[in-house]
Design a protein around this ligand. Sequence first.
Ligand SMILES: NC(=O)c1ccc[n+]([C@@H]2O[C@H](COP(=O)([O-])OP(=O)(O)OC[C@H]3O[C@@H](n4cnc5c(N)ncnc54)[C@H](OP(=O)(O)O)[C@@H]3O)[C@@H](O)[C@H]2O)c1
Length: 266
Amino acid sequence: MKKNQNKQAYAIVTGASKGLGYAYCEELLKLGYNIIGVARDTSSLKELQDKYLDLKVESWDLDLSDIKNSYKLFEKSKDFDIEIVINNAGYGVWGFFEESDLEQELNMIDLNIKTLHILTKLFVQEFQKKNRGRIFNIGSMAAFTPAPVFSSYYASKAYVWSLGVAINTELKKTKSKVRVITLCPGPLKTEFWNRSSNQKEAKYKSTIKVMKTSTYAKKSLLAGLKTKRKNYIITGRSNKMAKSLTKWAPQSIVLNSVYNYQRKRK
Ligand SMILES: NC(=O)c1ccc[n+]([C@@H]2O[C@H](COP(=O)([O-])OP(=O)(O)OC[C@H]3O[C@@H](n4cnc5c(N)ncnc54)[C@H](OP(=O)(O)O)[C@@H]3O)[C@@H](O)[C@H]2O)c1
């Protein structure tokens, strides 16, 4: 892909301090974008600033599960030429619904849904003024089925997918050049599993072969930047097969297999 030529162009990445968000920051820097990285602790981004000296890496420490901070982020960003926003910060709350912690679930809903919704709205409005700009919302393969024993996380990702696909359709129908693309990763080896589950779960995940986080970031970002037509992007053969299964297999079979898969984590 051709490098970005606008030296003033910035990409905002939420959840930039580690995992997928950090990998997106690095891929964007390689493509010539300056970065505004947001997380509760962005100290890790110094490494990227030291590596990409001719570009700027702004580090903003904000807890985005407090929705006031989404507005703060948007207001602060007005001093920059923003071309890309990646709504990536997120986590899950695993467990049987009657046992899982309500406060944690509500905090997750604030981060995964409300903050993403607010930033998508504000930046779509801003980008429409100049008829330019892309928002990438990080969904998940979890968007495509309800999941017993991981119910609220999967439901949050279904919201992200449904919202993004609908907005992107509106944008295409009204001939806008702005896009809201939902990127749907399958499992990646990040700290997500330590925060969103328990230690046993994290070990369980680490035994299966998954795409490298940096490879996923590169492939999904390039596909998302390139597409004019797609509403969402699934990367990798096994993820594409899993999507077909959720579409064609009877729902009772899908629900049973997700239940058995998620329950193993106890
Ligand atoms: N890993 C997977 O298997 C997988 C699969 C599909 C989809 N996803 C999605 O991919 C996205 C990134 O997850 P990941 O795997 O990279 O997880 P991760 O390694 O745990 O990274 C999460 C990032 O979000 C930030 N974050 C967490 N809570 C925040 C808050 N309240 N305010 C601001 N930033 C916050 C974290 O930084 P701080 O802790 O410093 O705040 C960190 O930078 C999530 O939306 C996740 O649902 C992950």
